[in-house]
Design a protein around this ligand. Sequence first.
Ligand SMILES: O=C(O)CCC(=O)C(=O)O
Ligand SMILES: [Fe+2]
Length: 347
Amino acid sequence: MATTALQHSPMVIADQELNNLKASNGDVLPKIGLMKSSSPDLPIEELRRRYEEDGYLWIKDILDKEKVLDMREQYFRFMTENGDSGILKQGTNPRDGIFSGEDWRQFLLPGAIRVANGLKDEGVFVEKTLKAHVAHFYSEFKSDIAEPLENFVGKLAQFQDPMLLKRTLLRCNVPSGETTPVHYDQIYLRAGPPTSVTAWIPLGDCALTGGGLMYLENSVEIGKKFEADFSEKSKDLTEEERLSAFNKNMMAGGFLDRNAAVFGKFWGRRWLVAPYEAGDVVFHNPFMIHASARNESPEQAIRLATDLRFVDKAGPFDERWLFEAYQEADPNVASRQPLGSKKKTHM
Ligand SMILES: O=C(O)CCC(=O)C(=O)O
Ligand SMILES: [Fe+2]
């Protein structure tokens, strides 16, 4: 059987497994590659070199696996008990996070992706999602990992005073549903310099077919080009509009494309994917282009993840991220924005 070896790890994966991965709308991704993994025990200079060269750094086993799985279990209990959102299959173990099979549209996250689908932020799932972002179990999980990750990011990005931004997101991608469209993060962090570092944390094992995050190979330069074009087009807008991810020059929700297959083909790049495990973290550059794959888990496992962002408190950063996600004061929710268009921006 033909195999593809990962450069930084001994893991091998059958090519066949790679050739059937899909964008969230079901289109087969034309060109796929595997991400390189790294051990957290490597010298920081080498990890930094990889991060700078690749635009991402996939670190194995940096978090306590059981704590990550506990977080997964508590999230699904929360979404089911005292008001059932309907996301879990009845009679299954919440730690497994098995999807009920109801209409996936109900389970789109509030804000940008619901906006992109023309849906309102309402219903039990939306209400519980908003509350989950400030629930005790999630705050505790974050405070547990904040310090070690701040220390790691501080060394990786050479920050003087690394800080986890308060606004963090919890995202569930149900099987066969639309997942996170193509984007780069600086679109949402424009009120600061492009120096933030995102940490994407799968909350549970996530096989290649499980709807994990994927990166467009060597795409930092493409992200920079988009941002320069957007800045040029937005010259005549007010400062607030210019900094908004939802201004009239952007596609609805601030995304670049909802079809990762078409986007990858247009730019002639491979989408890089990985078989993630609970305990892994991927760090990425704010210009690195990424999206989520379609979740085709044979077990119907829901893909749960959280994304955290780190900045250097000693320098300027986007202060709109100092608010808890979705709460009253959060200025970043797409559905609360008057602006935004249906523009296609990649061609
Ligand atoms: O979890 C996802 O689907 C998207 C995450 C993401 O875009 C990020 O971490 O920057
Ligand atoms: Fe992102």
